[in-house]
Design a protein. Structure first.
Length: 108
């Protein structure tokens, strides 16, 4: 029985979705209030708190990274949803590379 439980835990901890796309490791829900903070600072905070590798494409203009996010509140949100929201509202998109890293690029 102990082996079966261990095998089940391994299957449940997989980092690939049913569609074959990588997914971020599960984390606690995110509660975050952003007030007049540049996108780059918010991403740095997420990088540190979630222990996530965030790569930003060279084509992303510095002015976008410097753009201040006026007032946004996330309560018990999924980390991936937070990242995708921030990216989308700044003309960017997020690609999940693996369970510990994302790649941010200009929206296509």
């Amino acid at each position: 029985m102990r082996v079966a439980s261990f095998a089940l835990a391994l299957v449940m901890a997989t980092s690939v979705s049913l569609a074959g796309q990588p997914v971020l490791k599960k984390s606690s829900p995110v509660s975050l209030r952003i007030v007049d903070a540049p996108l780059s600072e918010v991403l740095d905070l997420v990088r540190k708190l979630a222990k996530l590798e965030i790569q930003i494409d060279d084509a992303v203009p510095q002015e976008v990274l410097d753009r201040k996010i006026p007032n946004v509140v996330f309560r018990n949100a999924d980390l991936e949803d937070v990242l995708k929201f921030l990216a989308k509202h700044n003309g960017l998109e997020v690609e999940i590379v693996d369970e510990d890293s994302i790649y941010i690029r200009v929206q296509q």
